[in-house]
Design a protein around this ligand. Structure first.
Ligand code: SF4
Length: 222
């Protein structure tokens, strides 16, 4: 399964303390995509399922787990692997949030049993392509065209409370190759970051400039 990154605990992209799984690969190329590094269908990112799934289950069992968020990249391009992953993880957690650039109508019309299997194990689906012009700062979705679809009504109250409770937050993680900034960013965030990384070069001796290597992480596909 092609994986872009895995983070835990993520405190955005759904309520509570979450296991965040970013799949690698997306063909959509939405203008303003916050995760362009996750678009390549990069086979070097492939992790064998017999290694990945036990690792995820260990991570999920290691701390308080309130939910699982699957984003990317485009999870439905690897629907078989995502279905099998959710089969492994779902016994550990009943709250699964999935982001996809497809609409739920397109997914259901596909007739793909793996896609149906993913939907059957999804509590909340955020569907539709990301449109930067409709990025209005709402929590949970990147743009207003996207729908927050409750496939499991049991989780609706806690998601609605989460959406009412505040505005978007950015949750940052230190990774081996820089800082991963998790959350749904405002439009143009990536351009602004490239223009002004926010860390001024040092001028005191010994002179050593530290490049900021922040990787903004959007709310997933769309
Ligand atoms: S915004 Fe999402 S759906 Fe669009 S290109 Fe980026 S990862 Fe793909």
């Amino acid at each position: 399964m092609r994986i872009g990154r895995i983070l835990f605990p993520v405190r955005e992209l759904g309520p509570g303390s979450r296991l965040g799984i970013w799949v690698q690969g997306c063909l959509r190329a939405c203008p303003g995509c916050a995760n362009p590094e996750l678009q390549a269908m990069d086979e070097k990112q492939d992790i064998p399922e017999d290694i990945l799934f036990p690792m995820l289950c260990t991570a999920a069992a290691a701390g308080r787990l309130d939910g699982i968020t699957v984003t990317g990249g485009e999870p439905m391009l690897q629907a078989g692997a995502v279905r099998r992953m959710l089969e492994a993880l779902r016994p550990l957690c009943g709250d699964v949030l999935v982001y996809t650039g497809f609409t739920i109508g397109e997914l259901r019309a596909s007739g793909d049993p793996d896609v149906a299997g993913v939907l059957a194990r999804t509590s909340v689906l955020v569907d539709g392509e990301y449109r930067a012009a409709e990025n209005r700062g709402e929590r949970l979705r990147g743009s207003a065209n996207q729908r927050i679809i409750f496939l499991d009504e049991a989780v609706r109250p806690r998601y609605e409370a989460y959406m009412r409770a505040g505005s978007r937050i950015i949750d940052s993680f230190v990774a081996v190759n820089g800082i991963v900034s998790v959350g749904i960013h405002p439009p143009e965030f990536r351009k602004r970051l490239d223009r002004d990384p926010g860390i001024p070069p040092r001028t005191d001796p010994p002179r050593r400039e530290t490049p900021a290597n922040a990787v903004p992480e959007g709310g997933g596909p769309g």
